[in-house]
Design a protein around this ligand. Structure first.
Ligand SMILES: *Cc1c(COP(=O)(O)O)cnc(C)c1O
Length: 368
């Protein structure tokens, strides 16, 4: 192109947008209008009516002409209590934990630093690493039960010297909890930060929260999305001030809006409501798992989260999800996301009625 020639709109874009972004594909969220929505690990239950009065009061009293509390101090205090965050550990809030993952990735990436995670795993680790210019390394889990391959993890850590290791605990999309001793070893071996991502802690018995003080390079991440407040967008990072003070410099001022702060504070003061709902969801999970086990050609994996991964041996995942959609049910087809998940689908645990409708539709999908 000569100096005098005006670039085409396309050329201008290619010139200025960074190549890793041009190469990336936007995260696609399917339209769920009118469907039974079992694709995104949302809590299917609404808050009880008696809380709605108080919610209205909070909304009415919120000064939305003012900027929010930049530190969300009151909300952090409620979280400290509700989640039993250890004394002395710092808290940083994100607009969803996705934002926290992005902040962590931005903080370490300056010349192709490595972000490492086991696979199949949460896809945002890679998507975010790619867009911030970090190198992403996925390490295969054991094939049969999706447990950590200790040797593979430790040698990948040794070889790639990752700035950050993400461990989803329980893991998404497989639903299992990794072995605690394996995680210990990873934290000890990691040269940089280890993020234990406890997005599904509400549905599992185990947590690294109380072990925070033991390691200087461990942080624990949680979210309120899966336990009932997906619409408020609230992610929580807890850990040593040494790390969080640096990460906090990347957080944009006022990233948690006033309504999210005030509503979450109120709802966390009644955390027992969300805990009871989580208990019901866990009971629904057991019932759904049993039903899936009884279906010929369907192999579900045990889950410590609010979803179940299953494999189909007789029909392709594409055929199943198309038939389910036709029947008004949306689940997640993860078949193309990782080679070992060929013909696997992930269903979020819904209400009893939703799960029944899903099981009936799945049987029909398999028999047609
Ligand atoms: C859903 C999910 C998140 C992100 O949740 P937010 O809604 O952004 O808070 C993070 N990690 C894992 C493993 C998840 O499944």
């Amino acid at each position: 192109m000569s100096n005098h020639e005006k670039p085409s709109p396309e050329e201008r874009l290619q010139q200025w947008i960074k190549p890793e972004l041009l190469a990336a594909r936007a995260y696609h969220v399917p339209d769920a209008d009118g469907l039974i929505k079992l694709d995104a690990m949302e809590n299917p239950y609404l808050l009880p009516v008696e809380l709605l009065e108080e919610i209205l009061q909070v909304i009415t009293g919120a000064e939305i002409n003012r900027y929010p509390d930049p530190d969300a101090s009151d909300l952090k205090q409620s979280m400290r209590e509700a989640m039993d965050i250890p004394e002395g550990m710092e808290i940083m809030l994100g607009n969803g934990s996705d934002e926290l993952i992005q902040i962590i990735a931005l903080a370490v990436a300056h010349s192709g630093e490595t972000i490492l995670a086991p696979e199949p795993g949460f896809v945002m680790y890679k998507i975010i690493a790619d867009t911030v210019g970090a190198k992403y390394v996925g390490v295969d889990l054991n094939r049969d039960d999706f447990s950590l391959d200790n040797e593979a993890m430790l040698s990948a850590i040794e070889k790639h010297q990752p700035a950050v290791v993400f461990l989803a605990y329980p893991n998404n999309p497989t639903g299992n909890l990794f072995d605690e001793e394996s995680i210990n070893k990873i934290i000890h071996a990691a040269p940089g930060l280890v993020v234990v991502d406890e997005a599904y802690s509400a549905f599992s018995e185990k947590s690294f929260m109380q072990r925070l003080g033991e390691f200087d390079n461990l942080v624990v991440m949680r979210t309120l999305s899966k336990s009932g407040l997906a619409g408020l967008r609230l992610g929580i990072l807890t850990g040593p001030a040494l790390w969080l003070n640096e990460l906090d410099k990347l957080r944009l001022p006022y990233n948690i809006n006033t309504l999210s702060q005030k509503l979450a504070e109120l709802i966390l003061s009644r955390y027992d409501i969300l805990e009871q709902q989580a208990e019901i969801i866990c009971a629904n999970r057991s019932a759904l798992f049993e039903q899936l086990q009884l279906i010929d050609g369907v192999y579900p994996w045990q889950s410590s989260a609010n979803f179940i991964l299953f494999k189909s041996t007789d029909k392709s995942a594409d055929e199943i999800s198309a038939s389910l959609l036709e029947q008004g049910i949306l689940i997640k087809n993860v078949s193309a996301s990782f080679p070992v998940l060929k013909d696997c689908l992930r269903v979020t645990v819904g209400t009893e009625d939703e799960n029944e409708a899903f099981v009936a539709a799945l049987k029909l999908a398999l028999s047609s």
